[in-house]
Design a protein around this ligand. Structure first.
Ligand code: GLU
Length: 367
């Protein structure tokens, strides 16, 4: 077994409650035991724990609705309780925990991203188990990550993790809905995430999406691009966390891709919100994907939305697929003046000289 890995364990509400309306503390002890066993083996563990809203509902003892404000209030009540339970369970093994509550805004802004990364690393260096959740009580829809699957992928990137375990109430990703199709088989290994797989995980005509497979697939896609191996497995299975670290794979494994070494590129992968889009032609798509080229004006069809130099933008093809994301060296106004032009015409078209690469390869990740 490989040692000294950084492992992010994402525990969904269904795992923590066992499908009931109360936190299943007996099962939480069992999960803590496995995390502490991993630590004993020399690995670092980070938990991304849901359950704040469920804990809040359990505490309030009054009927409460399901609107955003109700959930924010329940999270405010339940988060303290949740962290208290984790703290006392890890204390049984003499392990300290540290709470970090994040929102998308903490990842979008490069400085806040670096701060969050430093805190996370400091906790790991002090042998503390970081326990992370979305800061639900204050997160409005604009700054919400929205689900802990995607949050756990961002955390895995922040922590430079080796593995992300998405523990849920299903055993993994199946070839069709196992509840209705007796021929459904578990997909052991995924090397490519394509539209067919996305359809399987949550597209129309299948119910698998109701188990949250669509967001798990999104999370897996983000994390594996950053060099993180992702496993979806059933949180109620015996020794599931330990099995995910062994050859005895209990679920679906997503193989990792080669990660960019540059920290800024990893941040780009963590998905800060884009300010706009640039539509590029087939020639530019090919140059970016096959040759790792920078984007030149020649390959640009038009700029969509308003943005300034230095803003983060997505490059899209004619089918509106995102091909790459990066920091633009020209504003949308400038791009609309130089689109389609040859590089040696740019200074003339703009009346000043500001280089020829619209998105330099160093400031861009191809997806
Ligand atoms: N942050 C939410 C909670 O603690 C859960 C979100 C999710 O599970 O995706 O209840």
């Amino acid at each position: 077994m490989q040692r000294d890995q950084v492992v992010v364990v994402k525990l969904g509400t269904s795992v923590l409650t066992g499908g009931t309306d109360k936190l299943d503390k007996a099962h939480m002890v069992e999960l803590v035991r496995q995390c502490c066993e991993l630590k004993k083996q020399g690995h670092q563990v980070i938990l991304v724990s849901s359950g704040a809203v469920a804990a809040g509902r359990e505490q309030l003892l009054k009927p409460c609705g399901r609107t955003l404000i109700d959930k924010q209030m329940l999270a405010a009540i339940g988060q303290g309780q949740l962290i208290h339970i984790w703290q006392s369970l890890f204390a049984l093994y003499g392990v300290n925990v540290g709470q970090m509550l994040l929102t998308r805004a903490d990842v979008d802004d490069r400085e806040r991203y670096l701060n969050a990364r430093d805190t996370l690393n400091a906790l790991l260096n002090y042998d503390v188990v970081p326990i992370i959740n979305e800061n639900d009580a204050v997160a409005t829809s604009e700054i919400k990550v929205g689900d802990n699957d995607n949050l756990s992928a961002l955390v895995a990137i922040l922590a430079n993790a080796d593995k992300l375990l998405l523990l849920t109430d299903q055993q993994g990703l199946f070839t069709s809905d196992p509840r209705t199709d007796i021929n459904a088989t578990l997909i052991d290994e995924v090397t490519h995430i394509n539209d067919e797989l996305r359809q399987l995980a949550g597209g129309s005509g299948t119910n698998l999406g109701t188990g949250g497979m669509a967001t798990k697939l999104q999370a897996a896609d983000i994390a594996r691009r950053a060099g993180v191996e992702v496993i979806i497995a059933k949180g109620a299975d015996e020794n599931v966390i330990l099995k995910c670290m062994s050859e005895q794979l209990p679920g679906t494994r997503f193989l990792k891709l080669t990660a960019p070494k540059d920290g800024r590129k990893k941040w780009l992968l963590a998905g800060p919100k884009s300010s706009g889009q640039i539509l590029i032609d087939a020639g530019a798509v090919h140059a970016l994907q096959s040759k790792g080229a920078s984007l030149l004006a020649k390959g640009i069809t038009r700029a969509i939305g308003e943005f300034e130099r230095g803003d983060l933008i997505n490059l899209i093809d004619v089918n509106h697929q995102i091909i790459a994301r990066g920091l633009t060296r020209f504003s949308h106004l400038e791009i609309n003046k130089i689109k389609g032009a040859h590089s040696n015409q740019i200074s003339q078209l703009l009346d000043y000289d500001s280089g020829v690469e619209v998105l330099h390869r160093d400031d861009m990740v191809v997806l």
